[in-house]
Design a protein around this ligand. Structure first.
Ligand SMILES: Cc1cc2nc3c(=O)[nH]c(=O)nc-3n(C[C@H](O)[C@H](O)[C@H](O)COP(=O)(O)OP(=O)(O)OC[C@H]3O[C@@H](n4cnc5c(N)ncnc54)[C@H](O)[C@@H]3O)c2cc1C
Length: 532
């Protein structure tokens, strides 16, 4: 059976989405939040109604068999999945559509596209699954010197090529989607266990290029730590790093290329560190009087060196919105897992840390309830959340998230400043109150990674501008209060104003020099991370 194609507007494949009951529940919650009876609804334009500029270049005959200028391909590669992408898609704005979409099947195909793009002075935008929420795959080429844009979709590089059972590593092609990667490792009894929320519709190459964060709250959660070596094709030729468990030989070439967001070259494959499949699990939901008490418990657990697989805390509103709580308490979703040993000692000590901060286990005496009650409600909401945006934006509902990290000693003040600034911006941009909630996605001994969600009722026709005003206020507050503009969503084009303030200028000069050495014509992903 052939799979349905990916939606040109929305998350996942055609035919997938929220059920009517899920949509009704979300709308009901928003009606109560915004105190309205109904929402104005606007449908996104049909594919056949979207107007595109004719392609500015056409692929040469020898590349034509893996390139497309069809409307569906160009439209489905115009945007990522940010709120702004949906708002502009809803308004039928596709002026940044790439001229050509290439679907290479090999490194030789990629090298041929790079050569052609160099001759045509066309921008090249590496494209994994397009789940970027920071404008990472959008061909905004004005001012770059490029005359056209080619989206380079890696979906056909989708195989696990080699498995080294002894070292527990595998050589994997960059265009593989999350589920296909895990399905190919399963017969070997191995797993990468890197589960970003976008797992189903994002790729290994995209994860490496953006330094993604997985579902683990601590330890092996950053893709950075899972990469043993990688291979990249650049306009100056291929780079392949050496497979090593560790190395002290100067600055790490892997670390330079990981997180390069497609500006140096195209990641084609990587040796990835794997794990045994988990056999032991322990966990449950713990409730706290307030968010800062829960944060105190998280800090104690992180500093005790317990390294939980999950240690998310949800503030009372976030717990309510996801069905994990009734809005009166903060909830911690706590879990440990291991492929090797029982976890009784770990969960017992973590629950002691919780009790020290007033936390009570939702089901006393059941420290293996990680798939029940609030923990399960949270998990289900987390998995279904990505499908909500395309339905809510039709009703003018601006629902978005932003994530950051901050050291513990500044956390409480930081949280309050960022939340206040975002709430104020919502009131100013939309003339009514909205909601800002917070959870932790990842935790470290020296600080948490807070993840904020905001909800506002916008006006059709102004949605992108209203969102931008709120996003700008939030970004300013994050940087001014000492945080990072992103913990795991990457920089892309949309986070540039704050990234430029955050990174040292001499470091930018070093990045620019590297870019010049690898991509002297400035073809790859113009506007991302640095300007030439
Ligand atoms: C609903 C939702 C949930 C998300 N949850 C998470 C999460 O939990 N954790 C997280 O870290 N992120 C998350 N993200 C963000 C996004 O999924 C990640 O940034 C992801 O790593 C992007 O992968 P992708 O394959 O879709 O890459 P794309 O979106 O296609 O590309 C992302 C960037 O990487 C570049 N790129 C892609 N492939 C390559 C390659 N092979 N070589 C060189 N450059 C390349 C692109 O040019 C672009 O700049 C989420 C996004 C959404 C929409």
């Amino acid at each position: 059976m052939t799979e349905a194609r990916l939606k040109h507007f929305g998350w996942g494949r055609e035919g997938e989405g929220l059920t009517d009951a899920e949509e009704a529940a979300a709308l009901d919650r928003y009606r109560r939040l915004f105190r309205v009876d109904r929402f104005d609804e606007v449908a996104p334009p049909a594919l056949s109604d979207i107007r595109l500029r004719p392609p500015r270049i056409l692929p040469p005959a020898d590349l034509a068999h893996y390139c497309s200028t069809e409307a569906y391909d160009r439209i489905a590669h115009t945007y990522g999945k940010s709120f702004s992408d949906y708002a502009r898609g809803l308004a039928g704005r596709y002026d940044a559509a790439p001229d050509v979409v290439a679907y290479p099947k090999s490194e030789a195909d990629i090298a041929a596209v790079i050569d052609w793009a160099g001759g045509a002075q066309a921008a090249l935008i590496p494209f994994g699954a397009g789940s970027s929420v920071v404008g990472g795959v959008e061909a905004r080429i004005e001012g770059s010197g490029c005359k056209a844009a080619v989206s380079l979709d890696l979906r056909h590089l989708d195989r696990v090529l080699e498995v080294d059972r002894s070292s527990r590593a595998a050589r994997i092609q960059a265009g593989v989607f999350g589920p296909a990667l895990e399905a190919q490792l399963k017969p070997h009894g191995l797993t990468m266990r890197h589960f970003p929320q976008s797992f189903e519709y994002s790729t290994l190459g995209g994860w490496i290029a953006t330094r993604s964060g997985g579902h683990f709250a601590s330890l092996y959660t950053h893709i950075d730590d899972l990469v043993e070596s990688l291979r990249m094709v650049t306009p100056k030729g291929p780079i392949e790093t050496r497979r090593l468990p560790g190395s002290g030989a100067g600055p790490s070439p892997d670390r330079l290329l990981i997180g390069s967001e497609g500006i140096f070259g195209v990641i084609t494959e990587a040796w990835m560190r794997l794990q045994d499949r988990p056999r032991f699990r322990a966990g449950g939901a713990v409730s706290f009087a307030d968010f800062f008490a829960a944060a105190g418990a998280v800090k104690a657990i992180a500093q005790a060196g317990l390294y939980p697989a999950n240690c998310r805390i949800l503030d009372p509103q976030e717990a309510h919105n996801t069905g994990a709580g009734d809005g009166s308490a903060a909830i911690m979703v706590l879990a440990f897992e291991s492929g090797d040993h029982p976890l009784d000692a770990w969960i017992a000590r973590a629950l002691e840390c919780c009790a020290d901060h007033g936390g009570t286990l939702e089901r006393p005496g059941e420290a293996d309830a990680h798939r029940e009650g609030a923990a399960e409600a949270w998990r289900n909401a987390f998995i279904r959340m990505p499908f909500a945006r395309e339905r809510m934006v039709r009703r003018g509902i601006i629902a978005d998230t932003f994530e950051t990290a901050i050291t513990w000693e500044r956390f409480e003040e930081f949280h309050d400043k960022v939340k206040d600034a975002t709430e104020t911006a919502i009131r100013q941009a939309t003339d009514r109150a909205g909601q800002v909630t917070c959870r932790f996605t990842h935790v470290y001994p020296d600080g948490p990674a807070p993840y904020f969600s905001f909800h506002a009722l916008g006006r059709h026709g102004d949605l992108d501008e209203q969102w931008r005003a709120i996003k700008t206020a939030a970004g300013d507050a994050l940087i001014e209060a000492g945080g990072t503009i992103t913990h795991h969503h990457a920089v892309g084009r949309d986070h540039r104003p704050w990234y430029d303030r955050q990174r040292p200028d001499l470091f930018a000069a070093a990045l620019r020099a590297t870019k010049h050495a690898l991509d002297p014509q400035g073809l790859l992903n113009p506007g991302v991370l640095i300007d030439p």
